[in-house]
Design a binder for this molecule. Sequence first.
Ligand code: NAP
Length: 321
Amino acid sequence: MNKTALVTGITGQDGAYLAELLINKGYKVIGLVRSYSHGNVTGLEYLGIVDNVEIVECDLMDITHVMKIIKEYEPSEIYNLAAQSSVSLSFTQPIGTINFNITSVLNILEAIRITNPDCRFYQATSSEVFGHATLPIKETSRINPISPYSISKASAHWITKNYRESYGLFCCSGFLFNHESYLRSDNFFVKKVILQAIKIYKGEAKTLEVGNIDIKRDFGWAPKYVEAMYLMLQHDTADDFLICSNKSVSLRSIIEYIFDYLNIPLHHLKINEKLFRPTEIADMYGDNIKARNELGWIYEMSFFDVLKILIEEEIRNDKKK
Ligand code: NAP
């Protein structure tokens, strides 16, 4: 019989790519949305899998609702990707971010404990939880969150770890570093820069306005990163893993690559100090050796290879509009 996987955050970037991967592996995929009217399934449509996913409405803030869904579908795996996922937005919406990103996780784990304790659980944690860390970041690095988003993800991680250690549930946290694709929301840096650069290239805009671009981040390719989520839940033991490319690149070098690719002179770039974040980490990159050795997850793409794919996919889709 096919396994059933329940994916929260199915309307997001990772939800769509993970659903594609699970469908290809023969899973029945149930995608949870906060409401049918909010259930924007363009990512699933883009990947051509919308008819292969059963979309179900579920309020993750309501434990009785979550329990009902878990009882009804009896999933063997739950991937919890739903979250207010933007660090910037978390500074303007700290309460909403912290409330949802923590309580939803607690509700799902408590519902699993009560109704279906054999169900395996993946929690989408984030590299942001490490804050100003000694590099490279590893699973053993000190958790030191410095934004409302990372505070919420750090708490969700500790809850996940606690349910594993106290109740023996098979639950894993994936500390994922930034990962990108065509399906990334428009409010994230790389996507935003590519979209604006294409507008400048077409003569529809004059400048790209950005904040602090001298910071460096470890970026990767989303379809490859969701494989790691799947592998974590197939492992013999539940554990936490860091998923990253092992290298950081500066935001400035990303802009320069995109401008160069589209032949846009750099005077179209404008730095605006008002866009700087209240707290900022100068550099972040991780070490994925544990995922490589224990999960067999091997990542060898340079982020500039990813950028080339992203720009070309964006131009192809822009021409279809
Ligand atoms: P995304 O594209 O922003 O998708 C977030 C998903 O969460 C969407 O399906 C969204 O649903 C749902 N969601 C947000 N607020 C919700 C609420 N109040 N109730 C119910 N659903 C809600 O994020 P992503 O890039 O796919 O990332 C997936 C997960 O990994 C997130 O938890 C994110 O924080 C984490 N993560 C991502 C990265 C990255 O680089 N992408 C790195 C580290 C960790 P709607 O469509 O209804 O808004």
